[in-house]
Write a protein that binds this ligand. Structure first.
Ligand code: PAF
Length: 282
């Protein structure tokens, strides 16, 4: 695995592959890699001859109250995992490469960012869209893979790629879960043992709500029941538990098209998010 920190080197290597007819998949990350990231890498290896992983802790997607400095950085450990996973190139851009002096451009995707985590974290998705657009332009991948766990992020990136005619196929990869159903997340590390045991209620409540909505129960009743059930199961509060259009993320009170149940709830020090597809034809 080549570890590259200079843009000119990255371009020369990727262009060389592409000249030889080898297609390229990119997995953008902020490091602190876990099994979920390695699943994206494994899927990328199925989808393209060459796999590039980027690690960049992107300052512009952190809000003023979110601790950028405390974000875990473990480059050597991450590089070892990626080498073992058969990654071809690790792109480690410097902050000055991503945001040189005078940098003044931001990509803002409206609509899909208006609600849910976009409403709770103003500016967050502008930071994500801007850095992902830069990574696409730097690496020029044929494909890029993102986890469905961050479903709103995936919707933002799909919208941006379509709107800006970016020549990259955006692929969503299903969420990786613990044996009991809890979605894998670096935030699970914040959970005490009793909180961890209760946290499974989030994925279970999504499954129960999906089954009830697909069976034709009124959406508002199902959502209200899910929210009170989460609080009874030990969650301190529920930021949102909603049914949305699977593409636009507009809230739905009837399942008349492909939907997505999206949830964010707080337990102990952690704010957990999860989501599940809801099929109108089920
Ligand atoms: O999901 C992440 O790790 C980040 O938001 C991403 C897509 C790498 C952009 O910084």
């Amino acid at each position: 695995m080549q570890i590259v920190t200079e843009l000119a080197t990255l371009s020369a290597i990727v262009q060389g592959w592409q000249r030889d007819g080898e297609d390229v998949a990119l997995v953008p990350t902020m490091g602190a890699l876990h099994r979920g990231h390695l699943t994206l890498v494994a899927e990328a290896k199925h989808r393209a001859r060459r796999v590039v992983v980027s690690i960049f802790v992107n300052p512009t997607q952190f809000g003023p109250n979110e601790d950028l400095a405390a974000y875990p950085r473990q480059e050597e450990e991450d590089a070892a995992k990626l080498r073992a996973a058969g990654v071809d190139l690790l792109w480690l851009p410097k902050v000055e490469t991503m945001y040189p002096a005078g940098f003044a451009t931001s990509i803002s995707v409206s609509g899909v960012t208006a609600d849910f985590c976009g409403a709770a974290r103003p500016g967050h998705f502008d930071g994500v869209a801007t850095v992902v657009a830069k990574l696409f332009n730097q690496v020029r991948p044929d494909r890029a893979l993102f986890g469905e766990k961050d479903y709103q992020q995936l919707a933002v990136i799909r919208r941006m790629a379509t709107d800006l005619n970016l020549p990259v196929e955006v692929i969503g990869v299903p969420t990786v879960r613990e044996a009991d159903g809890l979605a894998l997340s670096s935030r699970n590390a914040y959970l005490a043992a009793d909180e961890r045991a209760n946290a499974v209620a989030l994925s279970r409540s999504l499954q129960t709500a999906k089954a009830a909505i697909e069976a034709g129960e009124p959406v508002t009743d199902v959502l209200a029941r899910a929210i009170s059930g989460l609080v009874q199961s030990g969650f301190a509060s529920v930021d949102y538990f909603a049914l949305a259009d699977a593409v636009s993320l507009e809230r739905l009170d009837r399942l008349d098209r492909p939907g997505r149940l999206l949830a964010a709830a707080r337990i102990g020090r952690a704010r957990l998010i999860d989501n599940i597809a809801v099929d109108p034809k089920a």
